[in-house]
Write a new protein. Structure first.
Length: 458
């Protein structure tokens, strides 16, 4: 029949259908690389970024969630040509097919430079380049950490300078790749490891010269933020004098080359020797002065010890004990006298305020009240008895019993009603007669009216 429902046919709710489609899309497509132009870019307060990715003939909605958006090295703008890595999904609430963005980077010529400028502006706005947050380089570091390639020329230049100018400084190498896709993560890990170990006084982050692509690892946001958060002072010596990276702006000190970075941590040995001589003279003078002060202090302590001998302190304590005992005896005597006087006064007041006279007066008044109450009750009972006798006499006068005593009777019908009219009964009806003494049950033989005429049927 048309319009009937097949009980074996599955019926889906809209939400169920959208969930199935979203699962199907997720399983059918893995991570995809897609290139297109940004449009309709929206940034709500949640921190997520929503936009459309389009080409000449089509577009698709995209969602870049906050955790992924924080990793971007540039600020997405409408009209930017970008390369995204995304998963295909479905926004179930509207049933819209969309891309969930995992990563995004500029596409086309000048992308690296534009990302560099945008990240520089972003971190500068956050204050990571401010001078007041940067730490001073220790003047005489005991151990110097070097983060660079173990096989690069930069390491040889640093070790050469330190061996020549500061042989007393120990060096700890944190080997990392300085270019390529693995370099940023390795540099971040080395910076964190050096900060956690805290066995170096200063860190040198160095690399030889190269193109913008070669230096890209030092323009990563993760590297810059790790440098800013590092617990140790960081000196960068990346590339040549004309090369600047994001790491240079965030570092505590920027050196133009790796060799110059090494020179910054080397103290002036002649100045160091002069300072050591000054410290030696100052130490000798301080020792003499402290020795004199200790001798004077020792003399003062001997004098105080003589004045504060335990025997003298014991004598003073015994005298204070005697004084306290005398004062205590006087205080006890005074308080006992005061207590005796108070007791005498209280006894006198108690005798004056004894309850016996009041009790006697109360008993006398109670006896008088009892007598008055008995007299009043007797008078009231006599008056009430007289009233009851008068009422009984009046009641007896009008009582029907007196009428019955003169020979009259009260007739009642079978239901118990008092009979006042002969017309209310018929021949054969039963009546109850109440006499002065006893009752009679009778049956009506014949009925007569008030004129004496019979009303019963013949």
């Amino acid at each position: 029949m048309t319009g009937s429902i097949n009980p074996e046919r599955a019926v889906y709710q809209v939400s169920e259908l959208n969930a199935l489609v979203r699962e199907l899309l997720s399983k059918s497509f893995g991570l995809l690389w897609i290139e297109g132009e940004l449009s309709n870019v929206a940034r709500p307060r949640s921190g997520h970024v929503y936009f459309s990715l389009k080409d000449d003939s089509a577009q698709v909605r995209c969602a870049l969630f906050r955790s992924k958006a924080r990793r971007l090295q540039f600020e997405p703008q409408a009209g930017d040509q970008v390369l995204v890595r995304a998963r295909v999904g479905l926004y179930a609430a509207r049933g819209d097919y969309q891309l969930i963005i995992e990563d995004m980077q500029p596409a086309g010529a000048g992308a690296l430079q534009r990302a560099f400028e945008q990240l520089k502006a972003k971190l500068g706005y956050e204050g990571l380049f401010n001078t007041e947050r940067k730490r001073a380089v220790p003047p005489r570091p005991h151990r110097i950490g070097v983060i660079t390639s173990a096989t690069g020329a930069a390491l040889r230049d640093v070790l050469s300078v330190l061996a020549r100018r500061y042989p007393l400084g120990a060096v700890r190498l944190y080997p990392v790749p300085v270019q390529g896709t693995a370099a940023p993560a390795a540099i971040v890990a080395a910076l964190k490891r050096a900060g956690e170990r805290a066995d170096c006084d200063v860190l040198l982050l160095v690399r030889g010269g190269g193109s913008l692509e070669d230096l890209q690892a030092f323009n990563e946001e993760a590297v810059a933020r790790t440098i800013a958060a590092c617990q140790l002072p960081v000196i960068t010596g990346i590339g040549h004098e004309v090369d600047f990276t994001i790491a240079d702006f965030v570092a505590d000190v920027r050196a133009p080359t790796p060799s110059a970075a090494a020179e910054l941590v080397c103290p002036d040995l002649q100045a160091w020797a002069r300072q050591l001589e000054q410290h030696k003279q100052r130490l000798a003078s301080n020792l003499q002065r402290r020795l004199l002060l200790h001798r004077q202090r020792n003399s003062e302590l001997h004098g105080r010890l003589a004045r504060q001998h335990p025997r003298r302190q014991l004598e003073d304590a015994m005298q204070r004990f005697d004084d306290v005992e005398i004062r205590l005896r006087r205080a006890l005597t005074t308080r006992m006298n005061t207590a005796r006087n108070s007791r005498t006064q209280l006894n006198a007041r108690l005798r004056r305020a004894a309850p016996s006279p009041a009790i006697n007066r109360s008993e006398s008044a109670q006896q008088q009240l009892l007598q008055r109450l008995q007299h009043a009750i007797g008078s009231h009972l006599n008056t009430a008895s007289g009233r009851i006798n008068m009422a009984a006499h009046a009641l007896h006068t009008v009582s029907p019993l007196q009428t019955l005593e003169r020979g009259y009777a009260i007739a009642r019908t079978a239901p118990g009603d008092v009979l006042r009219n002969a017309n209310h009964v018929n021949s054969g009806d039963r009546l109850s007669l109440t006499l002065h003494q006893g009752h009679l049950h009778c049956r009506v033989e014949k009925v007569f009216d008030q004129n004496g005429d019979s009303t019963s049927p013949s």
